[in-house]
Design a protein around this ligand. Structure first.
Ligand SMILES: [Zn+2]
Length: 240
């Protein structure tokens, strides 16, 4: 795909001090113009940043998130479960997802890509509740860590958290990771029961439970970037 075929949105901002250029995943180029810059300058602005646009476009294409690319998957591969779920799409009057032995069937009114992403996220959270909650409870019992509840949600920015009331929250996206990485995230949160910060005592406790912690944490940062676009889709994103 050539960058000149990508849709461009021009946003006028009274707060912007300078020109901002964004390439939004699955959507297009957004140019934010401050008051003093005329919209007639947009073509030359884009031409000046051609190298950046091409680089960003190829990154997005590799992840299946280029503008115009459909972010909905034909298959969902969940390493934690060591399973692949084929996904079929059909046009329907209402947005619905059916999970069966053969995989997933998603019914969508035409053009409702966002609704498809939301349905897949709901399915992922259900699956997370089924598999991640017992996994966490077993690890807690095994290491004698007193915890409150365990929740699974599709959070934005973190793999897990531990509240002051000792409720562990786990991100449904963990299902995309291998079991050793998920184990490290759960152990991390369990260590917060005794250590409320990331100080030396916390680090020592976590490394005792998982000697490969440093390597696992490095892999987890990369894993976040590699998550499929639909898992990060938010209602209200874009126009699709
Ligand atoms: Zn932490």
């Amino acid at each position: 795909m050539h960058w000149q075929s990508i849709p461009v949105t021009v946003t006028r901002s009274l707060r912007a001090r300078k020109v901002w250029l964004k390439m939004r995943s699955c959507q297009g180029i957004e140019v934010v113009l401050p008051y003093r810059v005329s919209a007639s300058e947009v073509p030359s602005i884009l031409e000046r940043h051609r190298a950046w646009l091409l680089e960003r476009l190829s990154e997005l294409t590799d992840r299946g998130e280029a503008p115009g690319q459909n972010p909905l998957p034909d298959e969902v591969r969940l390493d934690f479960l060591d399973r692949r779920f084929p996904v079929r799409y059909e046009e329907g009057s209402r947005a619905e997802l059916h999970a069966g032995e053969q995989g997933l069937s998603v019914f969508l009114p035409s053009g409702k890509v966002g609704a498809g992403a939301t349905l897949l996220q709901m399915w992922l959270v259900d699956l997370g509740k089924t598999h991640l909650i017992p996994f966490c409870r077993e690890l807690a019992a095994h290491h004698d860590v007193p915890i409150g509840g365990v929740q699974v949600r599709n959070q934005g920015g973190r793999w897990g958290s531990c509240s002051a009331r000792l409720t562990i929250s786990l991100n449904a996206k963990l299902l995309f990771l291998s079991a050793p990485l998920v184990r490290n995230v759960v152990l991390h949160e369990l260590c917060h029961v005794a250590h409320r910060n990331h100080g030396p005592a916390f680090k020592a406790a976590l490394r005792t439970l998982d000697p490969l912690t440093d390597a696992h944490e490095g892999q987890m940062r990369k894993a976040w970037e590699n998550l499929p676009a639909w898992t990060k889709w938010r209602r209200g994103d874009g126009t699709v």
